[in-house]
Design a protein around this ligand. Structure first.
Ligand code: GLU
Length: 489
């Protein structure tokens, strides 16, 4: 393992952070943590039309939410900054100078039209449509003079004659050989002076002393070109790990059609960051082939490149839901209370300050909800009946349960029995209601169902006695009364 391990996540801020990018970030972060290395965040904002500060902000927010802290990058700085490519033009200029000096970069004055017509001819002959190296044959002194005179030009890499095939050594895919003939003298710096992706990335990765490049395999075809740039700069080539694509269940590249794909969307849909982090980690990596619950702490200790899979990973929304439920149930009640309140506020149920006003009430509610929620968005509908004076009785429940023979009697008796209760707890409520079936000569199930509909408005709800305890005496009695007047028997 090269020392020190330095890895980077280098998103282009042209949109939200999606699961593919997020998984790349997770692997880089986990790898750095595992080896006591450095996780760098670099913003590849070289596409001026599509890069926005809002996108950058959203990417940072998503990474922070997932708990992926970076050691160098935006907001934290670091010894190799700045960490935005648009602020690193000096580095690209220096690198180009070096390549000019050692003869590995040359100016090209070919016009678009010229290039197009050459390409068409080459294609017609069934040849390689890459650049035909016209300008590489110019006399260097002449070329320098034309540059000096301000003639429009780009800078190209001079692929060394006789370089031979380029072998990409990859921790996931082993060796991939790219034939030298397939490498044309590609552009490093455009006519407007901006660096191309393959050039800027290598200059930055080299300057930032990146030891391992872990990224999506959509970049694999760029890698041989990047290796040539490292060689031209005389810098060591890092180790690569290219990650396979993420598919939807239908075997097509994961996209919006399949469901949420941005980290922000998963957050809004009520997934816990620790669950999503665990899920993303297992999208193409495994601890031991069977363990599914792999929290951040374990990842930080045990993540390794050799357990990354070569085959595409399939995003399974059901499995994520399941995993989210596991993590939800694992949150201690006090913490869960604090984490659920923002969702209740967003739904207009709770108000800021409510949690502080009655923490025990929320802590008592937390375990009831935790057992039943797959996502945080499930919570508000489940508890809404506790936050209103007048519960809406579901019509079907009303007609089926409250319309039943004897419902009125049950409600009157429940009201009577509960109104004389001295201490109002789930246990005392339960004890009281359990005496009713016998005195009313009816089934326990009937009593509880009638009471449930009256109090919660629905036939499916949080546990009855706890619900009544949390709802409080006044509201419970009022609801039993309202429901009784709605009964026909
Ligand atoms: N900005 C590039 C991207 O988002 C980085 C690719 C790389 O990791 O080299 O795809």
């Amino acid at each position: 393992m090269p020392d020190p391990v330095r890895v980077r996540f280098a998103p282009s801020p042209t949109g939200a952070l999606h699961v593919g990018g997020a998984r790349t970030a997770v692997y880089n972060w986990a790898f750095a943590r595992r080896h006591g290395g450095v996780f760098v965040l670099r913003i590849d904002d070289t596409d001026p039309g599509r890069s926005t500060t809002e996108n950058t902000a959203q990417i940072l927010r998503s990474l922070e939410w997932l708990g992926l802290d970076w050691d160098e990058g935006p907001e934290v700085g670091g010894p190799f900054g700045p960490y935005f490519q648009t602020q690193r033009s000096g580095n690209y200029a220096t690198a180009l100078e070096r390549m000019k000096a050692n003869g590995t970069a040359y100016p090209c004055f070919c016009s678009m039209e010229h290039l197009e017509s050459r390409r068409a001819v080459a294609r017609a002959a069934g040849g390689d449509p890459g650049y035909d190296r016209t300008c590489r044959r110019l006399d260097p002194a002449d070329a320098a003079q034309r540059v000096e005179a301000g003639e429009p030009h780009v800078w190209r890499l001079a692929v060394p004659a006789g370089r031979g095939d380029i072998v990409v050594r990859d921790a996931v895919r082993g060796e991939t050989v790219f034939p030298a003939e397939a490498m044309d003298d590609f552009i490093l710096v455009r006519g407007d002076g901006t660096p191309t992706y393959n050039f800027a990335t290598v200059v930055d990765d080299a300057d930032m002393q990146i030891s391992h490049i872990i990224r999506g395999d959509d970049h694999l075809s760029n890698t041989p070109r990047q290796i040539l740039v490292y060689e031209a700069l005389g810098r060591p080539v890092p180790l690569f790990a290219h990650l396979s694509m993420i598919w939807g269940a239908d075997g097509k590249k994961l996209s919006k059609r399949h469901g949420a794909t941005s980290v922000e969307a998963f957050r809004e849909e009520g997934y816990l960051p620790e669950a999503l982090l665990n899920y993303l980690a297992l999208l193409g990596w495994s601890l031991d082939g069977e363990t599914t619950i792999v929290p951040a702490e374990v990842l930080k200790r045990q993540f390794s490149l050799d357990r990354i899979s070569k085959s595409p990973a399939v995003f399974d929304f059901e499995k994520l839901d399941w995993m989210n439920g596991v993590y939800i149930r694992d949150v201690p009640p006090e913490t869960f209370a604090a984490r659920m309140v923002p969702w209740l506020e967003a739904a207009g149920l709770a108000n800021p300050g409510d949690l502080e006003a009655r923490p025990e009430w929320y802590v008592a509610l937390a375990p009831l909800v935790r057992e039943r929620a797959k996502r945080m968005t499930d919570i508000a509908p489940m508890v809404a009946f506790l936050f209103t004076d007048h519960v809406a009785l579901e019509p079907s429940a009303t007609s089926r349960v409250l319309g039943r023979e004897g419902a009125g009697r049950v409600l009157a008796a429940a009201h009577d029995a509960l109104s004389s209760l001295k201490t109002w707890t789930a246990a005392t409520v339960e004890e009281t209601l359990r005496t009713l079936p016998e005195s009313l000569q009816t089934k326990a199930k009937t009593v509880f169902q009638v009471a449930r509909v009256a109090v919660t408005g629905s036939m499916v709800s949080l546990p009855l006695f706890e619900s009544i305890a949390l709802l409080g005496r006044e509201r419970t009695l009022a609801r039993l009364e309202v429901a009784r007047s709605a009964t026909t028997h």
